[in-house]
Design a protein around this ligand. Structure first.
Ligand code: NAD
Length: 253
């Protein structure tokens, strides 16, 4: 059911939150636009400017790796300046209140951790762009380490340990999903009584399967997004408004 207006949506959401014992939020890029990070599919979003570089291309081509890292460093001022918005802070308040055991996110921006979630309670389906990893041995590297090498040689570096390419710790199109994160997200979706899909166009699979899974396992499903999604008809409540405006009233002290 689509909330008739913002006020009624917030009231109904408040009742559902009060009645729920275990809430699992599932977030997408829309929760971070208030923090200044563009999403993928809105006008002016990242996809309208740059075609994503698929994993195979990154692995096969030094040029693709150089381009991927140039793009990443071009975004660095945006990521570095981003602070959690009202949506992040509202969810962190519910987490502190013991209503949310862990959060499932498609985002790679670390803003849920920055808003107060313990890192082990943020299940990142698409990884994290605030550090780098060797795609061979998995060794972690800071972005400053990569930047230094790119500045010195103009090439994206390989891992000094095993010689394989170093990539942001994100999951690219065509790259295998992280098994542990998928397993934990599945368990959470199966065992919550309220599932909140927030700021996702729900078109990137397999991540987009979690709202449906939660609903099929008996949870109430709420979708908060400023444009329609393909799964709106499954939801018990659809709030088609700004996320900051919708979740602002749930930010605690
Ligand atoms: P998406 O761009 O496909 O969808 C975002 C949705 O949020 C859109 O439907 C948009 O209309 C809506 N939205 C944007 N701002 C909003 C606001 N203030 N209030 C309400 N709705 C708002 O993003 P997705 O579904 O997360 O999937 C894209 C992929 O992009 C994800 O896998 C993610 O890894 C990646 N990504 C992440 C970030 C980030 O970490 N912040 C940013 C861009 C892309």
């Amino acid at each position: 059911m689509i909330a008739s207006d913002l006020r009624s949506g917030v009231d109904q959401l408040g009742d559902m939150i009060a009645e729920a014992k275990v809430i699992v939020p599932f977030t997408g890029a829309g929760i971070s636009t208030e923090s200044g990070i563009p999403d993928f599919r809105s006008p002016g979003g990242l996809w309208t400017r740059n075609r994503p570089i698929p994993y195979d291309e990154f692995v096969a081509s030094q040029d693709a790796r150089d381009e991927a890292w140039r793009r990443r460093f071009a975004m660095e001022p945006t990521f570095a300046a981003a602070k959690p918005g009202r949506g992040h802070r509202a969810l962190a308040s519910l987490y502190k209140a013991g209503k949310i055991p862990a959060i499932v996110t498609q985002n790679i921006d670390n803003l849920h951790q920055n808003s107060g979630f313990a890192a082990e309670h943020v299940i990142e389906l698409h990884g994290n762009t605030t550090y780098a990893r060797c795609i061979g041995c998995g060794e972690s590297y800071g972005l400053a380490w990569v930047k230094e090498r790119m500045d010195a040689t103009s090439y994206a570096p390989d891992c000094p340990g095993c010689g394989e390419p170093v990539k942001t710790a994100t999951i690219s199109f065509g790259q295998a999903m992280p098994e542990d994160a998928m397993r934990r997200a599945t368990e959470l979706a199966q065992h919550c009584d309220l599932f909140l899909a927030i700021g996702s166009s729900l078109v990137v699979w397999p991540a987009a399967g979690f709202p449906m899974l939660a609903k099929n396992c008996g949870a109430r499903l709420v979708i908060i997004n400023n444009e329609p999604t393909e799964q709106d008809e499954l939801a018990d409540l659809v709030i088609r408004h700004d996320i900051g405006e919708t979740l602002g009233p749930f930010v605690g002290n």
